[in-house]
Design a protein around this ligand. Structure first.
Ligand SMILES: C[S@@+](CC[C@H](N)C(=O)[O-])C[C@H]1O[C@@H](n2cnc3c(N)ncnc32)[C@H](O)[C@@H]1O
Length: 242
């Protein structure tokens, strides 16, 4: 599905403020953005952990986080890929990149973490250069998801995996900032449809519902970048030449 129509709620007295918060979550700036970064590193710890577990990067892998925000997700990804691995974070917010750089100073100095100021629709990485992509709390802003997912598949190697976390629509509808047009909301069916529309094969898509406590439910989706027809599965013996 593309050109998604965002959910807009009834006008409330505080609508402008909630809309401002929704916009800050989409693109944190200034003092408010800095404060939100501190809050996100705490509140989004569980979703980040669940998404990294679902992606299950292997030691030595190269992982890209779309919307690395204040840097908790890239820190977890670094721990998973170990000293031989590489992690890239891409974010459009300079404020978030500075926070992520501070949080992950050592990995950056070792040359294992690369933080890029950029946008999801033009990723600053070569084709097929990434084993896994993390996208935690960012798909809400994919109102035109087809181009973003096409770009994600371009940088993923064949057989590489994507893990997406979103808080589910039923929970998000309770939060006023998510009802002012900034956020796209997802049921499991809608999340599946978005990934399918972005070129991930149906049979590779898996959606799991997770409880984060306090009545908050999240969705973790994983999907695999198709391999070109004729490529051997990893580990499978190549066919003998006759
Ligand atoms: C709600 S925050 C989530 C941050 C982090 N993944 C987490 O879970 O704590 C969304 C992040 O995605 C970034 N973002 C949103 N749309 C983007 C785009 N089109 N290109 C690059 N970054 C984007 C924002 O700047 C922000 O840092």
């Amino acid at each position: 599905m593309d050109a998604f129509e965002p959910l807009t709620g009834p006008p409330t007295r505080f609508r402008a403020a909630w809309h401002g918060l929704g916009n800050q979550l989409r693109h944190p700036t200034g003092v408010v953005g800095r404060l939100l970064g501190l809050v996100m590193n705490r509140l989004n710890a569980l979703p980040n952990q669940a998404a990294v577990e679902a992606l299950a990067p292997r030691p030595g892998d190269t992982v890209l986080e779309l919307g690395s925000g204040p840097g908790h997700g890239v820190a977890l990804a670094m721990a998973a890929v170990g000293p031989a691995g590489i992690v890239h974070g891409v974010d459009q917010s300079a404020v978030m990149l500075r926070q992520a750089a501070r949080l992950n100073r050592q990995s950056r100095h070792r040359g294992q973490l690369h933080l890029h100021l950029g946008r999801f629709d033009t990723l600053p990485l070569p084709a097929g250069s990434v084993d896994g992509i993390l996208a935690v709390n960012v798909a809400y802003f994919w109102h035109h998801s087809v181009g973003i997912l096409r770009e994600a598949r371009r940088v993923l190697r064949p057989g590489g995996r994507l893990a997406v976390y979103v808080t589910d629509a039923a929970t998000m509808r309770r939060w006023p900032f998510a009802r002012t047009g900034t956020h796209r909301l997802f049921t499991p069916t809608e999340l599946t449809a978005m990934l399918r529309g972005g070129g991930f094969p149906d049979e590779s898509i898996s959606i799991r519902s997770v409880s984060l406590g306090h009545g908050i439910r999240g969705l973790i989706a994983t999907a695999e970048n198709p391999r070109p027809v004729g490529l051997c599965d990893e580990g499978a013996a190549p066919e003998a030449n006759i």
